[in-house]
Ligand binder design. Structure first.
Ligand code: NAP
Length: 481
């Protein structure tokens, strides 16, 4: 019998008869846990509990709120190995990747716990004599946090921690494909002594709960990470009620490789960014835009390196690439591969589902490289969210910049070049919120703003000091003394 993971509402673990299972995508015989299927009423109860808890939590001092987060970080640290293994079993990423993500969640909790002792406001000189003017931050109220499955711990952590430290109370709705990692954060906050009602967790169908959440009377804001389709729908609903909203959504991220790049590290960076975490990072590279003069040499080195990647169960040592998160995601990836075959030709490597031996029980796809992909081809325009890379030829730097920017998305972007002038030119002209230079396009830290531009994102940035902007408002004071 799999363990049952209850929802968390008003400080109580709430069970219901209806549950859903959480299958290991590397071995679907394994049920990682049964989760209580929350209802619209549960969401309403959770939002009401959060509203009731708001006055006391927001009145608490910032450092006192920070202490709860520090304690929760210590609890996660003690359970580190188990929490990371849970993540590999539910999402499929390799154990070292899962450990990196859990470490990041712990760091995020500690970073924002410290923010409780700073919580910068504003103090400026007045034009008037003996007038003191300043602005202090206040929480926005009850916030709904809706999260995806691909970073099932770090994304809930980077929404929860700033929301709580600013004095808000929350309702978390995790992705159904990987709810356990978010549940572990809630468990840690509960064990750290979080007052009842401050944090609430309701798992279950996004369609049903999302609708209830965005219509919950107590709600004042929503922070969402996921697909453009759902994000855009949420935006419409939230706008009707003038809820504050923050959206982080899809991408079609380019890596430009110029002829002056450090060739070997450029190959490594593209392979890392395209295929690690099975290409299921929102910041993954899905278009490698390579300068003509090194194109053929780069493509053959890239393919040679890609063929060496070991695909398998991420719990096993030496595995580079785990499975797709579920059957639906694998089918989406394979459908794009078929479209790629028709429009761009046979891939140079990969392109098949893997079912050898134990992989028959999971959702594995070979890392796949297409070359000579053109701008109008589907796999150069639409987010695939899997281990599929489109390599595109650029005449020169200007052409590469044009191709890189010629999409509706703007999440991450990368350049591989040793030419400082071109790198700076790129930094100023790249249409994306997250840029890397001579690094993989994926792999961000938590101390600086995170988020995209164009159709990838909407609203204030997440993480770093910028995170406070979404989760707090200013109260401006003019004081005559
Ligand atoms: P998704 O299908 O949009 O789901 C995201 C979350 O929204 C899940 O919790 C989902 O619940 C919920 N949801 C579904 N329907 C909803 C509705 N009608 N109202 C409210 N919530 C609803 O995205 P995903 O497949 O989990 O994640 C992959 C996508 O996330 C990719 O497009 C990727 O680029 C994007 N992403 C972006 C970033 C970024 O920072 N820009 C980071 C990570 C991922 P269920 O799971 O129950 O359906």
């Amino acid at each position: 019998m799999a363990e049952l993971f209850a929802n968390y509402i008003n400080g109580e673990w709430v069970k219901r008869a209806s549950t859903f299972d959480n299958r290991n995508p590397a071995n679907t015989d394994e049920n990682v846990g049964d989760f209580v299927k929350g209802t619209a009423q549960d969401v309403e109860d959770a939002a009401n509990a959060a509203a009731a808890a708001l006055p006391a939590w927001s009145a608490m001092s910032g450092p006192a709120r920070g202490n709860v987060l520090f304690k929760a970080a210590d609890i996660l640290d003690r359970k580190f190995e188990q929490v990371a293994a849970d993540m590999t079993r539910e999402e499929g990423k390799t154990l070292p990747e899962a450990k990196g993500e859990v470490r990041r969640s712990i760091n995020i909790f500690r970073y924002f716990a410290g923010e409780g002792s700073r919580m910068p406001g504003m103090l400026v000189p007045s034009e008037r004599d003996r007038v003191h003017m300043f602005a202090i931050r206040k929480p926005i109220g009850v916030v709904g946090l809706v999260t995806p499955w691909n970073f099932p711990s770090a994304i809930p952590a980077w929404k929860l921690a700033p929301a709580l430290i600013c004095g808000n109370t929350v309702v978390v709705k995790p992705a159904s494909a990987a709810p356990l990692s978010a549940w572990r954060l809630i468990e840690a906050l509960h064990e750290a002594g979080m007052p009842k009602g401050v944090v609430n967790f309701v798992a279950g169908s996004g369609g049903e709960l999302g609708n209830a959440l965005v219509n919950a009377k107590a709600l004042k804001g929503v922070s969402f990470t996921g697909s453009c389709e759902i994000g855009n729908w949420l935006h419409g609903e939230a706008s009707k009620r003038r809820l504050r909203i923050q959206l982080e959504m899809g991408g079609k991220n380019p890596t430009i490789v110029l002829a002056d790049a450090d060739f070997n590290s450029a190959v490594e960076n593209v392979v890392n960014a395209a295929f690690f975490s099975t290409g299921q990072k929102c910041t993954a590279t899905s278009r490698a835009i390579v300068e003509d003069s090194i194109y053929d040499r780069f493509v053959s080195a890239l393919v040679e390196r890609t063929k060496k990647l070991k695909v398998g169960d991420g719990m096993q040592p030496g595995i580079d690439i785990g499975p797709c998160v579920d059957k639906g995601q694998m089918e989406t990836v394979l459908k794009y591969v078929e479209t790629g075959r028709k429009e761009s030709g046979e891939p140079l490597c990969g392109g098949r589902r893997l079912t050898d031996g134990a992989m028959a029980k999971g959702w594995f796809v070979e890392p796949t490289v297409f070359k000579d992909v053109e701008e109008q081809h589907t796999i150069a325009r639409e987010e695939i969210f899997g281990p599929v890379l489109a390599v595109m030829r650029a005449k020169d730097f200007e052409d590469a910049m044009r191709i890189a920017n010629n999409i509706p998305f703007g999440l991450s972007s990368s350049i591989q070049s040793t030419n400082l002038s071109r790198v700076f030119e790129y930094i100023y002209r790249a249409e994306a919120g997250l840029l890397t230079v001579n690094l993989p396009s994926a792999g961000v830290e938590y101390q600086l703003p995170f988020g995209g531009t164009k159709e990838s994102s909407f609203g204030p940035k997440e993480q770093g000091p910028a995170a406070l902007e979404f989760y707090s408002d200013y109260k401006t004071v003019y004081l005559k003394y």
